[in-house]
Design a protein around this ligand. Structure first.
Ligand code: HEC
Ligand code: HEC
Length: 225
């Protein structure tokens, strides 16, 4: 090989390696580094609060993001930034993320494995029922409250981009969201579905149904997965 040939072969190889490194990281690189280290211009590392696996921090009431639909996650970041979902912690963080970063992070978390799978069928048994079970599985039609499972899926696994998973979220987090709709500080729900419904629930209802979705083992009528 001539000297010139060697150089161009080396250049080609370097170029190919760079291209490979680029494409291997293209989908995840940005997102992963923001999740682990922040974006360097205002958004801190997400994992500090949402956990290294994206499953949240139950003790602190920080929600799970892993396995939620990317479009839902993206919408929430937009909502925090615009203030239709008011939260002092997440607002500045969402504002510091560009649209491209919101996209990448939403895809990243959406692709992580969800929390514990919900396999048991809550409607299959007949033992004594608590308020949480009734609301979750049958609703309270006297107050026009449909069963949560009708929109959020069996056991709260989530349905498509619009109806987020409730299973595996900390009880304190679920409770805070229902109270936020009641108080009007979260008003980002399509057709005000959650605002109407939350308004009909008492504080005791909210606590009970939040516990039901947070802890499969707390459900009286089914086995923990
Ligand atoms: C200092 C702690 C903290 C950090 C850091 C943090 N979050 Fe959050 N995040 C929260 C809290 C608290 C909530 C719940 C807000 C509420 O009650 O509405 C939340 C909620 C969310 C939600 C809504 C989840 C849902 O189920 O609706 C998304 C999406 C989210 N955060 C994304 C991110 C991303 C992306 C990052 C990193 C760029 C990040 N968060 C960093 C504390 C944090
Ligand atoms: C008619 C459909 C419908 C029913 C029934 C319903 N929900 Fe929802 N729920 C929604 C939609 C839509 C959203 C997403 C709102 C948004 O885009 O932020 C939501 C979001 C939520 C959230 C926020 C999740 C998160 O990650 O922040 C909680 C908590 C919740 N619902 C609890 C309940 C409970 C508890 C019940 C039963 C008492 C219930 N929902 C019944 C439609 C419904």
């Amino acid at each position: 090989m001539t000297e010139k040939g060697k150089i161009s072969a080396t250049c080609w190889l370097a170029g190919a390696l760079l291209a490979m490194a680029g494409s291997a990281g293209a989908a995840g690189a940005d997102a992963r580094s923001i999740v682990q280290q922040g974006n360097g211009h205002g958004a801190p590392a997400c994992q500090a609060c949402h956990g290294s696996d994206g499953k949240g921090l139950a003790a602190a009431g920080y929600p799970r993001l892993a396995g939620l639909h990317p479009d839902y996650l993206h919408k929430q970041l937009d909502n925090f930034a615009s203030g239709t979902r008011q939260n002092a912690v997440m607002r500045p963080i969402a504002e510091a993320l560009s649209p491209v970063e919101r996209d990448a992070i939403s895809l990243y978390y959406g692709g992580l494995p969800a929390a514990a799978p919900v396999t048991a069928d809550a409607s299959a048994s007949t033992a004594a029922e608590d308020v949480g079970t009734v609301l979750a599985t049958r609703g309270r039609w006297s107050q026009q409250v449909p069963a949560c499972e009708q929109c959020h899926g069996p056991g709260g696994v989530g349905v498509g981009a619009n109806f987020p998973a409730l299973a595996g979220q900390p009880a304190a987090y679920l409770q805070a969201q229902l109270q936020a709709w009641k108080a009007g500080t979260r008003h980002n729900d399509p057709l005000e579905l959650m605002q109407h419904l939350s308004a009909a629930l008492s504080d005791a209802d909210i606590a009970a149904v939040s516990r039901w979705f947070a802890a499969p083992s707390a459900r009286p009528r089914e086995q923990a997965p």
